[in-house]
Write a protein that binds this ligand. Structure first.
Ligand code: PAF
Length: 282
């Protein structure tokens, strides 16, 4: 695996990779990798000839009071994991290379960014859309893979690719979970032992609410119960628990089409998000 930090070097490595033919998949990450990221690489290898992964902790997607400065950085271990997983190129630019004119937003996220994390983290999805557009221009992949844990991000990127006519196939990969159901996330490393135990309430509350909605409980009632359960487990604040259309992310008051139940909240200083598919009973 080549570790590349400069744009000219990246162009050269990509053209050599493409000389042999085949397709290129991109797995964008912010590092601090876990099995969920490696599942993205594994899926990328199934779908494409060559895998390029990127590690870049993107300053434009963090709010002023968020965790940019303490976001876990461990590139050497990440590189070993990516190499073992069969990655051909690790693209690891620094901030000056990614943002030569300074970190600035130049892509506005589309309608899927409305509400949910778009409200809780103003500007976050503009930062994501900006950096992912730059990564796509740098790597020119045939496909790119993103985890479904960040479901709203996945739809924001799908919309961006469609509206800019980029012709990149955006693949969502199901969330990997620990044995107790907690979704794998780089931010789980922030949790104390007690918070880690409380965090189980998030997938459980979502699972119970999803089943209740499928069984006919009114959506608002199931969501209220999930919010109460999260608050009782120590989530403060609970940013949202919402049922949204699985394809457009429009709000839904009843389960009349495929949906996604999404939730976010803080345990101490750590913000956790999760979501589950909720499909109407056949
Ligand atoms: O999901 C992430 O790790 C980031 O938001 C991404 C897509 C790499 C953009 O910085």
């Amino acid at each position: 695996m080549q570790i590349i930090r400069g744009k000219a070097e990246l162009r050269q490595a990509l053209s050599m990779l493409r000389e042999g033919g085949g397709t290129v998949a991109l797995v964008p990450t912010m590092g601090a990798l876990h099995a969920g990221h490696i599942a993205l690489v594994a899926e990328a290898r199934r779908r494409a000839t060559h895998v390029v992964a990127s590690i870049f902790v993107n300053p434009t997607q963090f709010g002023a009071n968020e965790d940019l400065s303490r976001y876990p950085r461990r590139e050497a271990g990440d590189a070993r994991m990516l190499e073992e997983a069969g990655t051909a190129i690790l693209w690891a630019p620094d901030v000056e290379t990614m943002y030569p004119d300074g970190p600035e937003i130049d892509v506005k996220a589309g309608p899927a960014s409305a509400g949910l994390d778009g409200d809780a983290r103003p500007g976050h999805f503009d930062g994501v859309a900006t950096v992912v557009a730059r990564l796509f221009a740098q790597v020119e992949p045939d496909i790119a893979l993103f985890g479904e844990k960040d479901y709203q991000q996945l739809l924001v990127i799908r919309q961006m690719v469609a509206s800019q006519g980029l012709g990149i196939d955006i693949v969502g990969v199901p969330t990997l979970r620990d044995a107790d159901g907690l979704a794998l996330s780089s931010r789980n490393a922030y949790l104390s032992d007690e918070e880690r135990r409380s965090a189980r309430a998030l997938p459980r509350a979502l699972g119970e609410a999803a089943q209740a909605i499928i069984d006919g409980t009114p959506v608002a009632e199931a969501i209220d119960r999930a919010r109460d359960r999260l608050a009782a487990a120590g989530f403060a604040p609970v940013d949202y628990v919402e049922l949204r259309d699985a394809a457009s992310l429009e709000p839904m008051a009843a389960l009349d089409r495929p949906a996604r139940l999404l939730a976010a909240g803080f345990l101490g200083h750590t913000r956790l998000i999760d979501n589950l598919p909720v499909d109407p009973a056949p």
